[in-house]
Design a protein around this ligand. Structure first.
Ligand SMILES: [Zn+2]
Length: 357
């Protein structure tokens, strides 16, 4: 009996997320001379921040993605000043999700005259949606009290006919814990929108090294740019590649598949994903592409059968994809559903229906 109780207690503990370090720390990794990444913990919850990259030349420095949590961005800026006495002249926002641009204001304050670079669609979205996001982030109900209420209901937030799954419980638990931690830091946040846009390609000369900002097509969002550092054979991908769980919020599934093909063709030796560990080969990029192909093909199959969106989702199985992507870890498999399949499949289905008209 005692053993059974202990097992039950251990199972409950396993369902609770460990204390998250998302809002307080990152790992600093030197990837090449003058190229340093600030790597966030894997982004499995609702309040995450993107990896940040610093590229230093002889005359100036460039930062890719300034983070989501202003206090953490200020810590990064202190680290940048320890790395170099060159000023940060450029900050690239890879896309419009707030975990990739909310730190702009901190860089604007720290480095007067710094320019903010993005795709045109990203600038538009930050200008139109940014103020609402900042306001939302300053509201405790939106940030964590709503998640507490969802957790208390014990019903799946994505599949209301089911009990909450372990991956969903884990994600909601993190949403509460990290939201509480991040909330005070957002109270003084403000929108600083990009003032330089890249329709196709922009070369930035940092002195002794050049960096390219490239827009390769719609993919994870309407305006993803990547940053290519040829002398280090390094690509910062933004959320075109996220590990260990890809995100597919508001994505263009079919076009994303093509963009990842173009990204593969750079032949980079190092990939810095939008979130998650540095990749030393292209295998993970190809796995994300394969997962997108599964979404696209199953959506096309459901559209051919003339199903409604709801019945398409209800009758399409993804167990094989979850197993292939995350093995037997039930929490990670649940999180693939939360961050990739649940938001991505309806988009793929809509694309298939539109194409079939
Ligand atoms: Zn992100």
């Amino acid at each position: 009996m005692r053993t059974l109780l202990l097992v039950a207690a251990a199972a409950l503990v396993a369902l609770q997320p460990p204390p998250s370090t998302m809002t307080t720390s990152y790992e600093t990794v030197t990837l090449a001379p003058g190229v340093t990444a600030f790597l966030s913990p894997p982004g499995l919850g609702a309040w995450v921040t993107g990896n940040s990259l610093v590229v230093v030349g002889d005359s100036a420095a460039l930062v890719v993605d300034p983070g989501h949590f202003p206090p953490l961005t200020r810590k990064m800026i202190a680290d940048v000043r320890r790395l170099t006495n060159r000023p940060v002249r450029w900050v690239v926002d890879t896309h419009w999700h707030p975990d990739h641009w909310m730190g702009n204001a901190e860089y604007a304050d720290a480095f007067p005259g710094v320019r903010f670079v993005s795709a045109p669609a990203t600038r538009d979205s930050i200008r139109s949606r940014g103020p609402g996001f900042v306001k939302g982030h300053q509201d405790s109900t939106a940030v964590y009290k709503g998640y507490e209420a969802m957790l208390a209901r014990d019903v799946s937030p994505f599949r209301p006919d089911r009990a909450i799954a372990s991956g969903e419980r884990y994600a909601l638990g993190l949403a509460v814990a990290d939201g509480r931690a991040a909330f005070p830091g957002w109270q003084t946040a403000r929108v600083v929108a990009p003032d330089v846009t890249v329709a196709d390609s922009l070369a930035i000369h940092l002195g002794g090294r050049d960096v390219q900002v490239r827009f390769l097509g719609r993919a994870n969002t309407a305006g993803d740019v990547v940053v290519w550092i040829p002398d280090a054979s390094l690509l910062a991908t933004g959320d075109l590649v996220v590990a260990p769980i890809p995100y597919a919020y508001g994505s263009y599934i079919g076009e994303w598949i093509d963009v990842l093909g173009r990204l593969h063709a750079f032949g980079a030796r190092t990939l810095v994903p939008g979130h998650g560990p540095v990749q030393r080969d292209l295998a993970y990029l190809d796995r994300v592409r394969d997962a997108l192909v599964v979404l696209r093909d199953r959506a096309a199959d459901a559209a051919r059968r003339g199903l409604t969106p709801d019945s398409a989702r209800a009758t399409t199985a993804f167990d094989d994809l979850e197993r292939r992507f995350e093995g037997d870890d039930p929490t990670l498999r649940g999180l693939l559903w939360v961050h990739f399949i649940a938001p991505g499949f309806p988009r793929a289905y809509e694309e298939a229906r539109t194409a079939g008209r």
